[in-house]
Design a binder for this molecule. Structure first.
Ligand SMILES: *Cc1c(COP(=O)(O)O)cnc(C)c1O
Length: 428
């Protein structure tokens, strides 16, 4: 691949922005080399400034479940833009998206739109603290809930990739109210609840951990979170920013049949524009301003452009057969990748929930942060580079989920599997 233009843009970018990027994992630090600069994207493909074409499994880190620049979304956006970009006053569109989300997530009775997943998680926790009058938060190792101060403790995503689970700049006093436990460890969870239950406002969890790859909840784990929190009036928050409208239309809570008290959403509900949302039980959400005293606001929250992209995306996703189609494509990819690894004689572990997935380079079962870290990241880096050279664009880190979209075709998957087989052999 010729990447001369990307390289020269990167040289400019590093002079202007930390690491040359506006979000850390976009830089190729974990895999070597420098990032590609993208010119355009359509369907399952992205195109860099040097004119190379790639099949994209990043999909802007999850939101683009319909594929890039879906014609209906783009058409709706063009017509929305003609009416102005933001009014800072209520619009019917906010009601429409709120109704669509609430219909799909019965645990959400009232919802507030924000501009990112970070804001959603930060605000949900504030509401939970305001409601319970308690301070402590339980989170799980490797779960990423955005970059709010108190949540950057043993967080996944870039924080895991770069081995700085605890970020400088976060005062100890912020982090001290965050209790971090291993994912899937029911005993550790119950022990802490017994000791601290009167001080704990909420438990926040990624029901499927997408920010250390793809780690599934073991049988009984999410149930234990639900039962214990219910016993002691602790708020259970499902951070479904990644899983929401992704693993099924109703997210992990519908898939695993657990009803949390609050839910965070983002990514897919923005259809590629900056959107987040948090919601839950009426009595908790009624604490949020202006109905209640818990302050939370946003200049561009619920703006008509972002709402339009979300509405149009959910409209398409709610049609019959969409998730079956996604599932079929995903099964094809799963079988192909597993088969390719086996034929090439390389040890991998593949996990997925709906259309989020991860291949780890380990022979150990992966069920939490520690076991995810057994993956050979040096081997992953070589896999990443080998795939990129063959026109397959994966997330430039072992500890990120991959995604497919409605636009991925059988031909895309076949090409990907073939590339994976060749790359597995190269890196053995
Ligand atoms: C991506 C993500 C976030 C953060 O969302 P941003 O829009 O990047 O702020 C929070 N929680 C989870 C589970 C995520 O996957």
């Amino acid at each position: 691949m010729r990447t001369r233009k990307s390289k020269s843009l990167y040289e400019k970018a590093v002079m202007l922005m930390p690491g040359g990027v506006n979000s850390p994992v976009r830089a190729f630090r974990a895999v070597g080399g420098s990032p590609l600069f993208i010119k355009k994207a359509k369907g399952s493909k992205i195109y860099d400034v040097d004119g190379n074409e790639y099949i994209d499994y990043v999909l802007s880190w999850g939101p683009l479940i319909l594929g890039h620049s879906h014609p209906s979304v783009i058409k709706a956006l063009k017509s929305a833009i003609d009416k102005g970009t933001s009014y800072g006053a209520p619009t019917p569109l906010e009601i429409e998206l709120a109704q669509m989300v609430i219909k799909a997530y019965p645990s959400i009775e009232k919802i507030r739109m924000v501009n990112s997943g970070t804001e959603a998680a930060m605000s949900a926790i504030r509401a939970a603290r305001g409601f319970t009058g308690r301070d402590k938060v339980i989170k799980f190792e490797g779960c990423y809930h955005g970059h709010a101060d108190g949540l950057l403790v043993k967080a996944g995503s870039g924080a895991t990739t770069f081995g700085v689970p605890d970020s400088p700049g976060v005062p100890e006093s912020y982090a001290k109210n965050t209790i971090t436990l291993p994912f899937n460890d029911i005993k550790a969870f119950k022990d802490v609840i017994q000791k601290e239950r009167k001080k704990i406002a909420c438990v926040i969890v990624e029901p499927v951990v997408g920010n250390i790859g793809c780690v599934l909840p073991r049988e009984g784990f999410l149930e234990a979170l639900r039962n214990e929190t219910q016993k002691y009036n602790i708020i259970l928050i499902f951070d479904e920013v990644m899983t929401g409208f992704r693993i099924t239309y109703g997210g992990a809570q519908s898939y695993y049949r657990i009803k949390p008290d609050m839910t965070c959403l983002g990514k897919v509900i923005g259809g590629g524009l900056p959107v987040g949302a948090y919601g839950g039980k009426k009595e908790i959400m009624s604490k949020v301003a202006p109905e209640g005293p818990v302050y939370q606001a946003g200049t561009l929250s619920g703006n008509p452009i972002a709402m339009t992209a979300g509405i149009e995306t959910l409209k398409i996703l709610s049609k019959k057969g969409i998730y079956q189609k996604l599932e079929k494509t995903m099964q094809h990819l799963e079988e192909g990748l597993k088969d390719a690894a086996k034929k090439a004689g390389i040890k991998t572990k593949f996990y997925r929930a709906g259309t989020m997935f991860c291949t780890y380079f380990t022979d150990k079962e992966v069920f939490d942060y520690k076991t995810a870290k057994t993956s050979d990241t040096e081997r992953f880096a070589r896999f990443f580079r080998g795939m990129l050279n063959k026109g397959i664009y994966l997330a430039p880190s072992q500890f990120e989920a991959g995604f497919i979209s409605l636009a991925h075709t059988k031909a895309d998957i076949d090409k990907t599997v073939k590339a994976a087989y060749m790359t597995f052999k190269e890196i053995k």
